[in-house]
Design a protein around this ligand. Sequence first.
Ligand SMILES: C[S@@+](CC[C@H](N)C(=O)[O-])C[C@H]1O[C@@H](n2cnc3c(N)ncnc32)[C@H](O)[C@@H]1O
Ligand code: SF4
Length: 455
Amino acid sequence: MIKATIDGQAVTVSPQLIEKYSRPGPRYTSYPTAPNWSKNFGPEDFAAQLAKSNAAGRPLSLYFHIPFCDERCTFCACSVVATRRHEVAEPYLTALSGEIGRAASLVDSSRRVSQFHWGGGTPTYLSCEQIEKLWGAIARHFSFADNAEISIEIDPRVTSAEQLKTLRGLGFNRTSLGVQDFNPDVQREAGRIQSFEETKKAVDGCRELKFQSVNIDLVYGLPRQTPKSFEKTLEQVLELNPDRIALFNFAFVPWMHAHQRKISERDLPSGETKLEMFCGAIEVFQDAGFTFIGLDHFAKAGDELTRAQRDKTMYRNFQGYTTQADCDLIGMGVTAISSVDGSFAQNAKKLKDYEETDFEKTLATRAGLKLSTDDLLRQMVIRELFCHQQVQLENFFALFEKERPSLETLAQDGLVELETNGLRVTPLGRLFLRNIGMVFDAYLKPGEGKFSRTV
Ligand SMILES: C[S@@+](CC[C@H](N)C(=O)[O-])C[C@H]1O[C@@H](n2cnc3c(N)ncnc32)[C@H](O)[C@@H]1O
Ligand code: SF4
């Protein structure tokens, strides 16, 4: 039995419950999930969506994918090109600059960027000159809202003080640092050696330069991780005093990322041990003054994300939880995903295919989906559950008649409370949020094995 206090309420998780709900399932950074998008959705479809979105004139969220890393961490499931030949960045930046011009030509210049993110891979793979060059190409085509969130993912092992200074000088105001775990054994098995000292140096560097917010990424469920070893990592993380923490469930998907085969399944903690570590972390972070946000995030009491969760204005997109609800998201770079006016679009997944796109004439869209009315309804329900742990909707049970037996099972297991016009996730149910979302997923087939495990 695992015991924890979540949202001020004592919860107990039995091994039977874990056994029942530990199965493959999506993380719902999008609904419908990417495997259900169509290859027939191409550049013209995405361009039409962009043009259409100008009527509403929503603010923009821009995402730039920098896929490069010096080496591949064994545990990683991100879209990465691993090479120490840094010259690969030049042709990539040329293509990216073409895509920026093309996308900007389709969007009204009066629309302001209120959220902006460089992710990867490792964006600080780029030299200071390359960072400035990319920023220059973006700033020539887009204008920013005064209080825009401008963030970047930083790998503390490769990010120099000079790069941080350059980024801050350009206007970046948020950083997110990859840590995962500080235990040397776990680091060895995860293929990522990173000392506490080099991490602290990066955090201190961000503080000195007055970045408004510093996030730390952690992962639970890594090989050789134990509740005891992880507790020590949590202590060290608190010592770094981040504003936000993302605590991801390890996605072990060797059928999608062959390099993960280096990890032996024998070394992976069981579902029960994983949940014990997750519950332990929730308690440690809550005791340290953090609020448990949605599925897997934590934010300090005064943080905007905490306020947005409380005021029910929080939103979830491909980058995780955000306070910027009403943006159209344009993703640029290889594999990047956009979400514009009720549609998803994904760029070419192969670097060569992306770089060979003639951005003078077209975009690099290779898949996507225009959401149907039913998709939009289910998307809203899943988003409400993942952001606010409740959904209220007139005629809810008439709309979801088919789902009712599954919802009743969740209620019997104590994961949700059914209400007249919707449902509320219990503190226990927060540990099984992905399973609750799966009930509303019209595309999910029984026994579907392509996703990572929910517990
Ligand atoms: C693009 S990386 C962060 C930036 C930089 N490359 C670094 O590693 O410091 C994004 C984050 O995704 C998370 N991540 C990567 N692979 C994962 C996996 N297999 N399961 C869960 N989270 C994962 C890690 O927490 C990682 O920090
Ligand atoms: S975790 Fe970060 S540094 Fe490691 S391979 Fe993934 S993207 Fe690259």
